[in-house]
Write a protein that binds this ligand. Structure first.
Ligand SMILES: Nc1ncnc2c1ncn2[C@@H]1O[C@H](COP(=O)(O)OP(=O)(O)OP(=O)(O)O)[C@@H](O)[C@H]1O
Length: 318
């Protein structure tokens, strides 16, 4: 099966500034979250994937279609047909009805007028805009505007969707609707999705894979569960009894106590070579009982902050 993305050492320079430093990625089809702080290089990467700008060096493919041809080349045109792009910016055209707007997008992708109008009706209905399709897009609510932008990305029925902050500006209900639609496009319609966002919860709600980029480099890659579970050194302890001396002994043994709730629950990080039996020995000598000892996986948010602040998590890359 074709890979969704195969990127080898993609760099992109803008004058003396390097926005992307050797991005290497292999991703199977599916729903991928592209996470990164402001200026990480997400938009630059999306533009390269869509064939809008070439990489300065490196090679890559999207579903077997090579990147980096001339913008007018047949290869580049093929690449763009593979992808539907939903921009973050308000890309709606005032004065057009929903149907006209989506149908125009179809024609820009090379569809005939008739074909694009038929598809516009189809996708607008699918996205819950059937009733609003003859209204001007500038009258739409924030949620409807986002769905209209998604409709124009879907009009030519591409196998890949690139979504830039698709829940931007939405209230919780609108956000839920959008995330459900994106998930459904993957599960029920076989679309691959690359979701570029700052919102970790959106990635957790929708994506199977996550790529973390910061400073123009990939800092982590894997499934959400894998990435969050890779901290095998973190535990949650539920302890009965006076924890004061037990806690001091843990500290003496090199265990870091990250949090304690005053009711016997501690979150700790253990040093290299630690054996969990030591928890029980220390409990024994300090007259406390360990009621629970659980692996304490990181939340995606904790992982993201640690990854972005500490630099590459080497075992996750490549
Ligand atoms: N055309 C350009 N000329 C010069 N520098 C650029 C250009 N485009 C992007 N950059 C720089 O490249 C870096 C990455 O920018 P990019 O827009 O890709 O980041 P991003 O992750 O999408 O950020 P955000 O989440 O804020 O949109 C930034 O430092 C940006 O200033």
């Amino acid at each position: 099966m074709s890979l969704l993305l195969e990127l080898d050492s993609i760099t992109r320079e803008f004058g003396a500034f390097t926005a992307l430093h050797g991005i290497t990625l292999r991703l199977p089809p599916g729903r991928v979250g592209l996470l990164g702080p402001n200026g990480a290089g997400k938009s630059t990467l999306l533009k390269i994937l869509m064939g809008l700008i070439p990489p300065s060096s490196g090679v890559g493919r999207v579903l077997d279609q090579p990147l980096g041809g001339d913008s007018d080349s047949a290869a580049n045109w093929k690449l763009r047909r593979l992808i539907g792009f939903m921009p973050e910016a308000d890309a709606l055209v005032p004065g057009l009805t929903g149907i006209e707007y989506v149908s125009l997008a179809g024609q820009l992708y090379g569809m005939s007028r008739r074909q694009s109008q038929r598809r516009a009706h189809e996708v607008l209905s699918y996205l819950g805009l059937e009733e609003a399709r003859y209204r001007n897009v500038e009258e739409y609510s924030a949620g409807m505007k986002q769905r209209a932008k998604l409709a124009q990305a879907l009009v030519h029925d591409p196998p890949v969707l690139l979504l830039d902050e698709p829940t931007s500006g939405l209230d919780p209900a609108g956000r839920d609707t959008m995330l459900n639609l994106i998930r459904e496009l993957g599960t029920d319609h076989g679309k691959s999705v690359i979701l570029s966002t700052h919102l970790l919860a959106d990635v957790q709600a929708v994506c199977q894979q996550v790529v973390i980029i910061a400073g123009g480099s990939v800092r982590g890659q894997g499934t959400v569960e894998e990435l969050c579970a890779r901290r095998a050194d973190r535990f949650k302890l539920r302890v009965q009894g006076d924890t004061t001396r037990f806690r001091d002994d843990l500290l003496n043994e090199g265990v870091a106590v990250l949090a304690e709730n005053g009711q016997g629950e501690l979150r700790v990080t253990v040093p290299a070579g630690w054996s969990n039996l030591a928890f029980f020995k220390l409990a024994d000598v300090n007259d406390v009982i360990i009621r629970a000892l659980l692996r304490d996986d990181e939340t995606l948010e904790e992982l993201f902050l640690r990854t972005v602040n500490d630099g590459p998590i080497k075992q996750m890359v490549g």
